[in-house]
Design a protein around this ligand. Structure first.
Ligand code: FAD
Length: 419
């Protein structure tokens, strides 16, 4: 093994007995076909054991990174192992853009799509929503391709790594655009509650940061060809310098603010490529609630502030448009994503999570697949209409459970009364 086998946060030590880095598709097919258990690792930014295996952990880091542009259809075919930041730079040079990006560009395209990674924007689905086709190496080493409209396609996009190894994805693109980013602060909590929907839909991409005290911060990312949002009616103050989402932290690693226009991929993430994202020392959790229940969720979570405060660094509230991927937490419903950046104290975080989940359970909150959650598999299964369709897909593509790991086995092992 050559790569240090922990995740980015350092809370997970992968237990694989082998770490392989094939350099070609043929080598990858042979490796998968002959492995007992296998799992593919992207850039290792997940906070739970979703990417883990006791068998062979496969990294595509040494495979070629390819980019084919289909201009007439406004699509690109990209190797699964591109890091978002590198890919976006290349796309931008060709005058193209993705519709949205998460807070950091450091992660792999396949890892992001496999877990429904998202940014913010009432009209923007997660990255998985841009996928038009994909190729998989399945358990017996066979290559298969699926495209939008194929029967299994919606099941294969957000796959949690459980169907096989994605080798390429076709993504919808659009002409490149510029964004300006403004931070507002001191938003009174009462205004946030009264106007959460209006604030979140006031620009191309909006994030609200709060530690559930009496005020919050708003990050507004406006396309330069859109109207300037008028937020003067809010009792918030435009920041007079760059800000970090966690109060008091230096903003040097954050993307440009203060309304300086710049390319989409240098403004939509909160953190710059090539620097340490976020606080660099944290755990994360996130839940997706139906957009029309946002205010209710915020009200109830605020009541938990005394419990949250000792372990919380900040919370982020974003919007994500509905998509059609079976296991996407935003499947079939426009959603508000409520995120928690925790101090790196997993035991303390796990003590708080049941309280958060109790409050959000009546709102049918779905947890982010790549972050820490406690909800039982039985509860989670009830939240997805296509749960058993996906389970069937797993059996079809991977009849012997090569890609099973404890994370997915727990989720998909049903008792009769689950069905
Ligand atoms: C600082 C920080 C900020 C974050 N911000 C956001 C955010 O703004 N929005 C958000 O939604 N999430 C966010 N995340 C979570 C992150 O997007 C997910 O953890 C994402 O899965 C990371 O991608 P990865 O390449 O590191 O995947 P990994 O953690 O390596 O893997 C995740 C899953 O993807 C599967 N996978 C990876 N590659 C392939 C492949 N080629 N074929 C099939 N399956 C594959 C793995 O098997 C595993 O199941 C953040 C994480 C961190 C650390």
């Amino acid at each position: 093994m050559t790569r240090p086998l922990t995740n980015w946060a350092g809370n997970i030590r992968y237990c694989a007995h082998a770490f392989e880095q094939p350099t070609s598709i043929t080598e990858l097919q042979g490796l998968v076909a002959t492995s007992g258990h296998a799992r593919v690792l992207g850039s290792g930014h997940s906070f739970n054991r979703i990417a883990d295996t006791a068998g062979t952990l496969v990294s595509l880091d040494r495979m070629p990174r390819e980019l084919e542009i289909d201009s007439p259809r406004m699509r690109v075919r990209v190797s699964a192992n591109w890091l978002l930041g590198d890919l976006c730079e290349r796309l931008h040079r060709r005058g193209l853009a993705l519709h949205n990006l998460p807070s950091l560009p450091h992660i792999s395209v396949a890892g992001a799509c496999a877990t429904a990674t998202h940014g913010s924007g009432t009209s923007h689905a997660s990255l998985a929503g841009a996928v038009q086709a994909l190729a998989l190496v399945t358990a017996d080493g066979t290559r298969m391709e699926l495209a939008a409209g194929d029967e299994d396609f919606d099941g294969a996009v957000v796959s949690l790594g459980a169907l096989g190894v994605m080798t390429y994805l076709d993504l919808a693109v659009r002409p490149a655009y510029d964004i300006e980013q403004y931070v507002y602060e001191e938003l009174p909590w009462t205004d946030l509650i009264a106007s959460a929907g209006e604030i979140l839909s006031s620009a191309y991409s909006v994030s609200i940061f709060t530690n559930w005290t009496d005020c919050a911060q708003i990050w507004v990312k406006r396309r330069t060809d859109d109207e300037l949002p008028d937020l003067a009616w809010l009792n918030a103050v435009k920041a007079d310098g760059p800000r970090h989402p966690v109060a008091g932290m230096c903003a040097a690693n954050c993307t440009d603010q203060l309304g300086r226009p710049g390319p989409w991929h240098e403004r939509l993430p909160h953190f710059r490529a090539g620097t340490e994202p976020a606080t660099g020392n944290e755990l994360q959790t996130e839940y997706f609630v139906p957009a029309d229940l946002t205010t209710k969720a915020l009200h109830q979570l605020k009541e938990l502030r005394p419990l949250l405060a000792p372990v919380l660094q900040t919370s982020e509230i974003r919007t994500v448009a509905a998509d059609t991927a079976w296991l996407s937490p935003t499947h079939g419903r426009n959603s508000t994503a409520i995120h928690f950046t925790w101090r790196p104290e997993e035991e303390a975080v796990r003590a708080v999570l049941p309280h958060v989940e109790d409050v959000l359970a009546p709102l049918a909150a779905r947890p982010h697949w790549a972050k820490i959650f406690m909800a039982s598999p039985r509860k989670i299964r009830t939240l997805y209409d296509h749960w058993w369709d996906f389970s069937r897909l797993r059996h079809t593509y991977d009849p012997r459970g090569k890609f099973h790991n404890p994370f997915t086995t727990a989720l998909f092992t049903a008792s009769d009364d689950d069905r």
